[in-house]
Design a protein around this ligand. Structure first.
Ligand code: NAD
Length: 508
């Protein structure tokens, strides 16, 4: 694959710095300096705001309220008041509200996608895909809302009857990251509302405008005031997080983000023993056995590794390729990466956007330099792209990876694919499992026995067999080990927001 060694062959778009701010069809979806609390648009009590920047151009998008712990506490109080009546709506009534919100997301899909690309950077086509995915959580859970029921259990005591009923857990604090500004929120709000909970969402400081647009659509959908509250903070993130995790009125925290913050929130929740769901970081193994369909595996690896420029928690982080097909796979894989067009997500034909901020760029570059120092070969890319005016990094392919490299142990969260050669199934499964985290894992094989064996042996919450894309509102999403616990999507996602109450009738 020597013809691929020159990174300069990649055709990078230079549109970024020349593009002007995007326009929304409905400008009232763009909410500046106000958050959504108790059905009203309110500033922070201090009047303080923070700035949000476009990762593709570094230019200012707008400003958002800097909510304090006290402001968060006010939102919690309103959510608690709203819960008292919302919990008693029928499932069908809650279903209709979620369905209306879904319809409004579909109607406003283009504007929502514009906001996502603007503040997150992902290409517009990907942002549209996210809007569909995000809206589908509302559709899915609107269909679950009328179908919530408990059990009748034969008692071991004569004359007794045992019943269970499912109750909403109460006010939920939801904290989400910037990499899916819409979907990470809808997959929590959907089940929460379906079962009758009210929520206070702390939107990510990097991408607050998409969540606030969702709040505007919640309002138009007629979601009762106080049921959905969406607040923002940047410098005050820790104090708002502390309020959400220590206020006794909040009965459940669902968090998606990094493992370190997840551990902190869990500690903070221990004082009031809140119900918890933690969707944390991963370090996904992606294994290609030499009995695989190599072209299919290449396509799967491209999708899994480079979606959102490598900034998803289920991104392939360690690509293991069996030695018999290593050269063929690496060559075909690098050919595909070479065809990427990197640039502003609004640019024509752009396939890959910027990373979220310069810290992300530094981490990616450190991983590449570390691998290079320890003997990996940079087949493609390997450098920052400062000339594009934003946080851009060349899509990068490294071969000859070994397990002493940082990429083997840490989430890279960027557009860098490291290809690790391996010899046996036993060896690769052992190495794949040598990680404190276990979110997603993928492998490609056409041997049916191996498919079953490896799927069962991988220590992860989700396995993709002969596919690189596994996210689906109908499927339970979540991890094991230090990737956290709890499941989102599917009927399993509903249970995360419920209490199973047991009722024993005596003397019957
Ligand atoms: P992060 O943990 O820094 O931030 C996530 C959210 O937590 C943000 O809203 C942030 O403002 C908030 N936060 C940070 N410190 C807080 C505190 N002390 N109290 C309360 N809230 C706090 O994560 P990130 O770097 O923004 O996101 C990327 C990480 O998220 C990656 O590790 C990725 O794997 C993970 N992720 C996991 C999933 C999943 O479903 N398992 C999905 C997407 C992303």
């Amino acid at each position: 694959s020597s013809h691929l060694t020159k990174p300069s062959l990649i055709s990078f778009s230079r549109l970024s710095s020349t593009m002007s701010a995007p326009k929304l069809k409905d400008p009232s979806l763009f909410k500046q300096n106000v958050c959504y609390v108790n059905g009203e648009w309110v500033p922070s009590s201090s009047g303080k705001t923070f700035s949000v920047h476009d990762p593709a151009t570094s230019s200012l998008i707008g400003t958002c309220p800097e909510f304090s712990a006290k402001d968060a506490s006010t939102a919690i109080t309103h959510a608690a008041a709203a819960f008292e009546s919302f919990r008693h709506l029928t499932g069908r009534e809650r279903s209709k509200l979620l369905r209306k919100w879904y319809d409004l997301m579909v109607e406003n899909a283009e504007d929502l996608a514009t906001l996502i690309t603007w503040e997150n950077g992902k290409p517009l086509a990907d942002a549209k895909g996210e809007v569909t995915y995000a809206a589908n959580f509302f559709e899915w859970f609107s269909e679950e809302a009328p179908r919530i029921y408990g059990d009748t259990i034969p008692s071991s005591i004569p004359g007794n009857r045992v019943f269970t009923i499912k109750e909403p857990v109460g006010v939920c604090g939801l904290i989400t990251p910037w990499n899916f500004p819409a979907a990470m929120i809808t997959r929590k709000i959907g089940p929460a509302l379906a079962v009758g909970c009210s929520v206070v969402v702390k939107a990510p400081g990097e991408t607050p405008f998409t969540p606030l647009a969702l709040a505007e659509l919640a309002d138009r959908a007629g979601i009762p005031k106080g049921v959905v509250n969406i607040i923002t903070a940047h410098e005050n993130t820790a104090e708002v997080g502390e309020e959400l995790t220590t206020n006794p009125t909040v009965r459940k925290i669902s968090f998606t983000g990094s493992t370190n913050v997840g551990k902190l929130l869990m500690k903070q929740c221990s004082g009031t023993l809140k119900k918890l769901s933690l969707e944390l970081g991963g370090n996904a193994p992606f294994i290609v056995f030499d009995d695989a369909d190599v072209d299919l595996a290449v396509a799967g690896a491209i999708a899994s590794k480079f979606r959102s420029s490598g900034q998803t928690c289920v991104c392939a982080n360690r690509i293991f390729v069996q030695r018999g097909i290593y050269d063929e796979f690496s060559t075909k894989f690098a050919e595909k990466v070479k065809a990427f067009k990197v640039g502003n997500g609004f640019g024509e034909g752009i396939t890959h956007g910027p990373l979220i901020h310069d810290r992300a760029i530094s981490k990616v570059d450190e991983h590449v330099r570390d691998a290079e120092r320890k003997g990996a070969k940079v087949v493609l890319g390997g450098h920052k792209l400062p000339d594009l005016g934003g946080n851009f990094y060349q899509p990068t392919v490294l071969t000859g990876m070994t397990t002493d490299m940082a990429m083997a142990h840490e989430e890279t969260f960027g557009p860098v694919a490291g290809l690790f050669p391996f010899d046996t199934e036993e060896e690769v499964v052992r190495i794949a499992n040598e990680s404190p985290v276990g979110l997603a894992g993928y492998f490609f094989s056409r041997d049916l026995e191996r498919v079953n064996r490896v799927a069962e042996h991988l220590e992860v919450g989700m396995v993709g067999v002969n596919t690189g894309l596994i996210s689906d509102p109908a499927a339970p999403f979540g991890g094991v080990k230090e990737s956290g616990f709890g499941r989102e999507g599917s009927l399993y996602g509903v249970g995360e927001y419920q209490i199973t109450k047991m009722i024993t009738h005596g003397g019957m």
